[in-house]
Design a protein around this ligand. Structure first.
Ligand code: NAP
Ligand code: MG
Length: 397
């Protein structure tokens, strides 16, 4: 390796898996260079969360990071870890600094078939991670009230629009978004499409929301026409806009293999639908891509707390390490691409192949064994699964 990966360690069962993946599958073969940041909750607390900011800034500097799942503290965690403060979600902090979009895609294996039988290739959901209902302002309105939107411009002039004259009680909600954030979202989607050679589908409800959703549609189209049209033609991929309801119907009938860009709420709902329909949360990969081409790879799932408590009691767990492993291979492949290291690229590809082969040979963790249709399937514990991948990797190498 030439340039270090930014390595963000995390919490609980995924922290245990993190070390096993490195020890069993990576450091025996790769002269691994990382800049290590411990985002485990204890160290976030000890550094007043400075370590999270530092790791995000290092990611900006080097361009590629791999992140372990981390605890987002709630009241129970504040007590459990005796925290100074209820620290913010590391993912939220990192996303704000990198201004990125999250892309989620399932890992497909033989024996675990999507509930939708015509889905042959992964569907990647790109969720806009800013604004709309997640930054809303809401009010309950008593009968006899008039609700208006009011904008006060920099020069002091006002623009008003009537929301509703309430004869009976009701509710209102204000939402916003920013051109800048939508532009970043569009660029991240188009860059990721070029990177992975997949079409982009984008959907909103612009027929009903003629200013708000229409702005999303216009910004995507402007950026595409200006900066991406030629590159897409060269790569043989397309950009396609359609209404959200039409998109849902087309997605279900499709064979997969594209990026579905969604507004914040649509992405929240549709990513759970797509993940479930493909089989298992433990097989969902996730990558944060910034508009200027910085990448942070991780698993979509959390720290698998329930398994960790079993592990602490000395019991064997059967925790699926695939998504965390693919975060590592994704980051190694991106580093290999940026630094022109074909051997590192080949290694990461072989590691992915070895892990898929292990599952397709019938050796898998409990979560997959309960789904798999393979006749010879066998459920193994966390470490045995990684060692089985290691055996196949050694043969390939
Ligand atoms: P979770 O860690 O995703 O686990 C939820 C359940 O899903 C597990 O109990 C397990 O089911 C199953 N599961 C998830 N990943 C699995 C894997 N790799 N192998 C096998 N089974 C798996 O979600 P959570 O329990 O709600 O959250 C735990 C902590 O993770 C929280 O503190 C949360 O803040 C954090 N979190 C972090 C991230 C992130 O860093 N990106 C994302 C989400 C949550 P069974 O118990 O039935 O086996
Ligand atoms: Mg959700």
């Amino acid at each position: 390796m030439k340039t270090p990966l930014v390595e963000m360690d995390g919490d609980e069962m995924t922290r245990v898996i993190w070390k096993m993946i490195k020890d069993i599958l990576i450091t025996p073969y790769v002269d691994l260079k990382t800049e290590y940041y411990d985002l485990g909750l204890e160290n976030r607390d000890a550094t007043n969360d400075q370590v999270t900011l530092d790791s995000a800034n290092a990611t900006k500097k080097y361009g590629v990071a791999v992140k372990c799942a981390t605890i987002t503290p709630n009241a129970a965690r504040v007590k459990e870890y005796n925290l100074k403060e209820m620290w913010k979600s590391p993912n939220g902090t990192i996303r704000a600094i990198l201004d990125g979009t999250v892309f989620r895609a399932p890992i497909l294996v033989k024996g675990i078939s999507p509930y939708i039988s015509n889905w042959k290739k992964p569907i990647t959901i790109a969720r806009h991670a800013y604004g709309d209902v997640y930054r809303n302002v809401e009010l309950s309105v008593p009968a006899g009230s008039k609700a208006e939107l009011l904008v006060t411009r920099p020069d002091g002039t006002e623009e008003r629009a009537l929301i509703h004259d309430f004869k009976t009680p009701g509710i209102i909600q204000g939402q916003h978004n920013l051109d800048k954030s939508i532009e970043s979202f569009a660029k991240s989607c188009f860059n990721y499409a070029l990177d992975t050679k997949q079409d982009v589908w984008f959907s909103t409800k612009d027929t009903i929301s003629k200013k708000y959703d229409h702005r999303f549609k216009d910004i995507f189209q402007e950026i595409f026409d200006k900066d991406y049209k030629e590159a897409f033609e060269k790569a043989g991929i397309t950009y396609f806009y359609t209404l959200i309801d039409d998109a849902v119907a087309r997605v279900v009938r499709s064979e997969g293999g594209f990026i579905w860009a969604c507004k914040n709420y649509d992405g929240d709902v549709m990513s759970d639908m797509v993940a479930t329909a493909f089989g298992s949360l433990a097989m969902m990969t996730s990558v944060l891509v910034s508009p200027d081409g910085v990448y942070e790879y991780e698993a979509a799932h959390g720290t698998v707390q329930r398994h960790y408590y079993k592990h602490l009691k000395g019991e064997k767990t059967s925790t699926n390490s695939m998504a965390t492993l693919f975060a590592w291979t994704g980051a190694l492949k991106k580093r290999a691409e940026l630094d022109a290291l074909p051997e590192l690229m080949r290694f990461a590809q072989m590691l992915e192949e070895a892990s898929l082969q292990t599952i397709e040979d019938g050796v898998m963790t409990g979560d997959l064994a309960s789904l798999s249709t393979l006749p010879n399937k066998q459920s193994v514990d966390t470490e045995t699964f990684l060692r089985e991948i290691g055996k196949r990797l050694a043969l390939k190498l």
